[in-house]
Design a protein around this ligand. Structure first.
Ligand code: NI
Ligand code: NI
Length: 140
């Protein structure tokens, strides 16, 4: 266990009350736990601004499965990026639409590049990418 230091924080009463409401809504049991997580969140977000930082990312995309060419292209792109592609999941949303979740690992820049290639394919209706920095967090 790392050394723990106690700090005192001065806060405007109103701000503190809003903070307490927020963390209660989110299910936090204590301010300390919430503050620790908020700091980690900021640190992780800051790491994502570095294209060389290590990360995992999930690309969510919705497309019409009647476009068989697109399905082939999606698969091809994953096979040609075998080191980055960890896993993928396919969900049939309705008669036509499918949701594909593709999980990628690598450097932030690589992940974003591949995510952009996936999302800009003809036939992809919409989607989004979610990234999480994975650089050692054992010391946080
Ligand atoms: Ni395959
Ligand atoms: Ni499907």
């Amino acid at each position: 266990m790392n050394q723990v230091e106690r700090i005192g924080v001065s806060l405007d009463k109103k701000l503190l009350s809003m903070f307490d409401k927020l963390i209660a809504k989110q299910g936090y049991q204590s301010r300390s736990e919430a503050i620790r997580d908020f700091i980690r969140q900021q640190l992780s977000g800051e790491r994502l601004t570095n294209p060389k930082a290590k990360a995992v990312g999930a690309v969510f995309l919705v497309y019409d499965h009647d476009s068989t060419k697109l399905m082939q292209k999606l698969t091809d792109l994953q096979h040609s990026h075998i080191l980055q592609t960890i896993s993928s999941m396919h969900i049939h949303l309705d008669e036509h639409d499918c949701l594909e979740v593709i999980v990628l690992r690598g450097q932030v820049g690589e992940i974003n590049k591949m995510a952009d290639s996936l999302l800009s394919m003809k036939g992809v209706k919409f989607g989004r990418t979610n990234l999480l920095a994975t650089e050692p967090t054992s010391d946080w």
